[in-house]
Design a protein around this ligand. Structure first.
Ligand code: ACO
Length: 367
């Protein structure tokens, strides 16, 4: 059975920074309250012309470069997002087209903030079953588009960004070791974004009542999160036949520093063993784990051979954890990874659209 190694990584965040002081000019809050209750200082906000796919393509291009793969080497793209561009087409297909990953299947996965963990697990399972060799797993969000900027209990929390991993098959032991995925739909009403789906299609009424915004029972989500983070970590370690002492780093979903501290207490681990960067990005949902991971690699904290646990929770309710041995790039013949792959992808997309247009005219005339 092949092993599924994480061999590439990349991230992208919008340039525009929104600080706590900026938010205190919009709603009745202040920097001290936000920092004390959440640990967040600032978050990134996408420009009008930045979408989940824009950030995802940038993060993926970097991840492919680290993995030394061409877009056409990718067999599968899984895009986990809670803020997709559309209900359909899938954001994964937009990314597939823009990258020029012409041999890849592509789909979106929605498990809210736990989505990235679910997605790595799905990609790893596909590799371990032998059905694919190379997968691109993305977490990408523009949550700022769904934030009610008059609701001080939610608008302080969320930010935009994207992260991507490349997973590759190898006979070498390592990579993804085990994963656990959980859900409890009875808590679905604790964190919702209701309008725009089939039950509440966009209407004057949904707009008037603000149903297209994120609504959350913060205290209940907090209670749930503090319960499941340590529990899921223990469970995944047991599955992988590891102990907490084997783990170099826990990389948790970056929602609230107090939730991470509660997990640390539950696991009897010092905070130094947790990767935390939420003070600069806030809660970026599916992007938070890859953003924290990429920065940990870039700072030299996370090294090849380290055993790690990703753990997260989110709307649904969903929660889960994944244990892995960090691989780093595989040793392969270096390919020149020019910008031209992306340009070629765009050109191919344009030509496909043109061909469809011309065929449409021909068929239209024939009818
Ligand atoms: N500034 C100042 N005061 C505030 C603010 C604010 N931004 N927000 C709330 N308050 C007030 C409340 O009105 C309340 O006042 P009251 O006692 O007079 O009613 C008081 O602060 C305490 O409110 P709580 O809701 O109890 O505050 P808490 O300490 O629980 O912090 C928070 C709120 C930060 C939202 C916390 O509950 C939390 O982080 N929950 C988890 C949220 C989360 O992680 N969500 C993401 C899930 S992942 C996903 O899928 C997207």
């Amino acid at each position: 059975m092949p092993y599924a190694h994480i061999t590439g990584w990349g991230m992208s965040v919008p340039e525009s920074v929104l600080t706590n002081d900026d938010i205190s000019k919009i709603v009745d809050t202040n920097d001290a309250w936000i920092r004390e209750r959440t640990g967040i200082r600032e978050r990134r906000i996408a420009r009008d012309n930045q979408f989940p796919s824009t950030l995802a393509v940038e993060a993926s291009t970097k991840a492919l470069k680290v993995a030394n793969l061409k877009p056409t080497d990718i067999d599968l793209i899984i895009c986990s997002t809670s803020t997709p561009e559309y209900l359909f087409p899938a954001t994964a297909c937009i990314v597939q087209d823009q990258l020029g990953a012409t041999k890849a299947g592509a789909f979106d996965l929605l498990a809210a903030c736990t989505g990235f963990i679910y997605a790595i697990n799905m990609a790893a399972q596909s590799i371990q079953s032998g059905s694919i060799k190379n997968a691109l797993v993305i977490g990408t969000e523009t949550l700022s588009r769904f934030v009610d900027w008059s609701d001080r209990s939610t608008c302080i929390l969320f930010g935009d960004g994207a992260g991507a991993f490349v997973l590759q098959a190898s006979e070498q032991p390592g990579g993804v070791l085990s994963a656990v995925m959980h859900s409890d739909g009875s808590g679905g009403d604790l964190l919702t974004l209701q309008a725009g789906g089939s039950k509440y299609p966009a209407s004057d009424e949904t707009l008037r009542t603000g149903m297209h915004y994120i609504r959350m029972d913060g205290r209940e989500v907090f209670r749930f999160a503090t319960r499941v983070m340590a529990q899921a970590t223990r469970e995944v370690l047991e599955d992988a036949k590891l102990t907490i002492d084997d783990i170099a780093w826990v990389i948790p979903h970056q929602a609230n520093l107090r939730i991470i501290e509660a997990a640390a207490r539950g696991l009897k681990l010092p905070m130094e063993r947790f990767i935390v960067n939420l003070e600069r990005y806030g809660n970026t949902s599916t992007a938070s784990i890859p953003l924290a991971t990429v920065e940990a690699v870039e700072k030299g904290q996370l090294k090849a051979g380290d055993k790690i646990v990703f753990v997260g929770f989110g709307a649904g309710l969903t929660w889960g954890a994944l244990a892995a041995e960090w691989t780093g790039p595989m040793e392969t013949e270096p390919i020149v990874y020019p910008q031209r792959y992306r340009l070629l992808g765009r050109l191919r997309s344009l030509i496909n659209r043109l061909i469809r247009f011309v065929e449409g005219i021909i068929w239209g005339r024939g009818a």
